[in-house]
Design a protein around this ligand. Structure first.
Ligand code: AMP
Ligand code: ZN
Length: 499
């Protein structure tokens, strides 16, 4: 099924992976290439950052389900040198690499806690690990007349040299020309030498406050460090090629970061940079932008395990439409907890019917079979593939548990395993796409032996037929075998009797 996603550049919905005539279709040899701007590592990421990374993780998982794992190549970089990282290292009197390693490790640990799929190290490049590629690109831009050197040895991109500048962020529609108020006045001393206020740094000449942080510059430039934007252009080119299928990030990156990436890449390579641009909206906390001074800035450690399990937090970050702002409150964690419990119960019920002896629910943590069906969960897939409409997908997921479905569960019991097998595989896909992980041992389904299930079915049938004598006798038989049968309105549950 095709995944349709809103494209911030054309302001329209486009099918992912549809390439221009002449370009090879998505295949193992020409995988779908997806670049997601990663974190700046100078402190713990907050839950707003994680909303963006979790949304991108769901998108990556959906691409894997639709194209196949070997046809998706995903890159998420680590920004490990910039003003903020250098300032933090200076304040703490520690080497830059030590500070950024500490926070990269913490970011990885948090991503694992939130059950984001891991990255092959090759596809998590760092800015400092790719200086040569950035230098090369800057040199090409200078040779082609898109960049110039200032007297201190810095290099700037000449915005006026790129006709398409501002298309992504609609600069012209906002009647703002390069150099106008939005872009601000030159801020630092070296910026005074910029030919135009909107020109941006590709290479920053070393300054005393940078301490030991410096690398040899591009030809003709001073020692120093790359500007922020060039790292993504260079690393995406190195790992994914000159034209990629999808580029994403939080909405704040649209301008200037992504606008500048387009300018650098297209002027350097002479071809379209990204076929598709996807921006997810921000997370608010208690209706406000997160900030330390408001006391509403949460990291994962602030919430887990005090307030919620990692699965609950992940669910709370996912619950809204990714292209709409989402308001997070501690109460939303309660709602998430109950939703995760419902998914867990549905998984238990379907597993019980799909398998003659029950599986532990941790089977849902393994990748699903890609060529299986979605069973009763086709509408969930449709909603996810339609602009990643997660709220609609969740509506369908919980809608599956309607009266008819529950009744069909009770009626069929274990007599139509093929249907339940399909639904089991479908639910595995849904749970994989959302990245819900069942962890605690109590989340595991008790293994119910098939003879016990048979007895329970018989008893349920007797009860339905109002043959209470037989039903009672069967209940005793079950109890003697160590099982309690809990009757509900529309079905029953089996639990081992406590010894
Ligand atoms: P940074 O580490 O600041 O470069 O940010 C990493 C990612 O988090 C970027 O894609 C940002 O757009 C995103 N981001 C920052 N603040 C928020 C927020 N409040 N809600 C959602 N995403 C955010
Ligand atoms: Zn980037």
């Amino acid at each position: 099924m095709a995944i349709r996603l809103y494209d911030s550049l054309t302001r329209d919905y486009k099918v992912l992976g549809q390439r221009e005539p002449g370009a090879p279709p998505v295949s193992k040899e020409h995988p779908f290439t997806f670049y997601n701007c990663g974190p700046t590592v100078y402190g713990p990421a907050h839950i707003g950052n994680f909303r963006t990374f979790v949304v991108n993780d769901v998108l990556r998982r959906l691409l894997i389900l639709e194209f196949g794992a070997d046809q998706v190549r995903y890159v998420r970089n680590v920004t490990d040198v910039d003003d903020k990282t250098i300032r933090r290292a200076r304040e703490e009197g520690r080497p830059l690499a030590e500070v950024t390693k500490q926070w990269t490790d913490k970011f990885h640990a948090d991503c694992a806690t939130l059950n984001c799929l891991p990255l092959d190290p090759q596809f998590e490049p760092t800015a400092t690990g790719n200086i040569a590629e950035q230098r090369r690109m800057i040199e090409v831009l200078m040779q082609k007349g898109h960049a110039y050197r200032t007297s201190d040895g810095s290099v700037y991109f000449k915005v006026a040299s790129f006709f398409g500048y501002g298309e992504l962020s609609r600069l012209k529609e906002r009647e703002l020309q390069p150099g106008a108020a939005l872009l601000g006045k030159p801020q630092s001393a070296d910026a005074d030498e910029k030919e135009d206020g909107s020109d941006f740094a590709l290479w920053k000449a070393w300054k005393p406050e940078d301490g030991p942080v410096k690398w040899p510059g591009p030809a003709g430039a001073a020692d120093g460090r790359p500007g922020w934007h060039i790292e993504c252009s260079a690393m995406s080119k190195t790992l994914l090629g000159e034209t990629i299928d999808l580029h994403s990030g939080g909405v704040d990156l649209l301008f200037p970061h992504h606008e500048n990436e387009i300018a650098q890449s297209q002027c350097c390579n002479g071809v379209q940079f990204s076929r598709h641009w996807y921006h997810s909206e921000h997370l608010l906390v208690d209706g406000k932008k997160m900030s330390k001074s408001l006391g509403n800035l949460y990291t994962l450690d602030d919430l887990s395990p005090k307030h919620a399990s990692p699965a609950d937090i992940r669910f709370a970050l996912l619950a809204g439409h990714p292209r709409k702002q989402l308001n997070f409150t501690l109460d939303s964690l309660h709602a998430a907890k109950s939703a995760v419990k419902q998914i867990h119960d549905l998984a238990s019920e379907i597993t019980l019917r799909a398998h003659s002896s029950a599986y532990p629910l941790t089977v849902f943590n393994q990748p699903p079979h890609l060529n299986s069906t979605w069973g009763a969960f086709g509408p969930v897939r449709d909603a996810l593939c339609d602009d990643l409409n997660i709220p609609l997908a969740l509506g369908h997921l919980f809608g599956v548990r309607n009266e008819d479905y529950v009744r069909s569960m009770v009626r069929s019991s274990f007599s139509v395993p093929a249907k339940w097998e399909n639904d089991f595989e479908g639910l595995r896909k849904v749970i994989f796409a959302l990245g819900i992980r069942f962890t605690a041992p109590q989340d595991n389904l008790f293994a119910v032996p098939s003879d016990i299930k048979l007895l329970a079915d018989k008893r349920w049938a007797a009860r339905q037929a109002k043959d209470f004598k037989t039903a009672d006798a069967l209940r005793k038989e079950l109890a003697a075998a160590g099982w309690a049968m809990l009757d509900g309105k529309d079905g029953y549950k089996l639990e081992p009797l406590k010894k």
